[in-house]
Design a protein around this ligand. Structure first.
Ligand code: AMP
Length: 114
C-alpha cells in the first residue's frame, strides 16, 4: 500500500492544507487547481490507488466518501447540480494514485467527457 502519495502527506499534516471535513475514514480539501467554482476532493485516509483495490470489507470507506459528498452538497446548497468524478488509471486520467472523488459544481459540465 503506497503511503507516500501527496494525499498521505496532506492527511498527515506534512503538507499543511485546510481540511473542509475530516473523520476517521475520510477527509475533504479544496483542489489546488480548480476546474470549477466548487472543486473539492473527497479522499479516504486509507491509501489505495483505486476502487478495484478495495476489499468487500473496506467498502464502508467508499460509502463514507458518498456520505461526505452528500453532506457538502447540502451544506453548500448545490441546488443547480454537481458532478462526482473518480478518475482511475492511465486511461481514466488519474494523476494521483490514491483514490479520491472530485465534487465539481458551480457551472455546467459537458457530456461526454473529453
Ligand atoms: P486526478 O487527476 O483525478 O488524479 O486528480 C488529482 C487532483 O489532485 C488534481 O485535480 C490536482 O489538482 C489535485 N491536487 C494535486 N496536488 C494537490 C494538493 N497539494 N492540494 C490539493 N489538490 C491537489
Amino acid at each position: 500500500m503506497p503511503e507516500d502519495s501527496i494525499f498521505c502527506k496532506i492527511r498527515d499534516g506534512q503538507i499543511p492544507t485546510p481540511k473542509l471535513f475530516e473523520n476517521d475514514k475520510v477527509f475533504a480539501i479544496n483542489d489546488i487547481n480548480p476546474v470549477a467554482p466548487t472543486h473539492i476532493l473527497i479522499i479516504p485516509k486509507l491509501s489505495k490507488a483505486n476502487i478495484d483495490s478495495y476489499s468487500i470489507s473496506e467498502l464502508d470507506i467508499i460509502a463514507s466518501m458518498f456520505e461526505v459528498a452528500k453532506q457538502i452538497i447540502h451544506e453548500k446548497r448545490l441546488d443547480n447540480g454537481y458532478r462526482l468524478v473518480i478518475n482511475s488509471g492511465k486511461n481514466g486520467g488519474q494523476t494521483v494514485d490514491h483514490l479520491h472523488m472530485h465534487l465539481l459544481a458551480g457551472r455546467e459540465f459537458s457530456w461526454p467527457p473529453g
